[in-house]
Design a protein around this ligand. Structure first.
Ligand code: NI
Length: 138
């Protein structure tokens, strides 16, 4: 059977600040740029969740995209949208809210909820029009 890769796109807006207390102010701005601004700032994040599996012989579907949407909404978007990623999200507490770290946590939240026979393949998280990260679970 063929293995297919199926992707659902979602979106959220959130605020964050990237700041490492072990670094000086100038080192923080050197490393994180505007993301180090002291009073937080927002991004329009685009999230792509890619799953893989064999299409069901009857439906022709890898999985019901409506169900994937609900999983992403309940596990991720409802927690992050219009929130402060440094302060408001229990599962990001104590973590630098970089797109790298957020992607790993998103993977960990979505993977357990997929139906049998469907595997999470990739989390892609866009922070700006120029910058995005991909996580394949390893
Ligand atoms: Ni930023």
């Amino acid at each position: 059977m063929a293995i297919l890769y199926l992707t659902r796109k979602e979106h959220f807006n959130a605020a964050h600040q990237l700041w490492d207390n072990r670094l000086s102010e100038s080192e923080n701005f050197e490393l994180f740029g505007k993301c180090a601004n002291p009073h937080f700032h927002g991004h329009n994040f685009d999230l792509y969740v890619c799953v893989k599996g064999e299409p069901n012989p009857h439906t022709g579907l890898v999985m019901d995209l409506k169900k994937l949407k609900v999983i992403i909404q309940q596990e991720v978007i409802e927690h992050l949208d219009h929130q402060n990623l440094n302060l408001d999200v229990s599962w990001l507490k104590g973590k630098m809210p970089s797109i790298e770290n957020i992607s790993v946590e998103i993977w960990n939240r979505i993977a357990p909820h997929l139906p049998e026979g469907v595997l999470l393949h990739k989390i892609t998280l866009w922070e700006t029009q120029n910058n995005f990260v991909e996580y394949l679970g390893e």
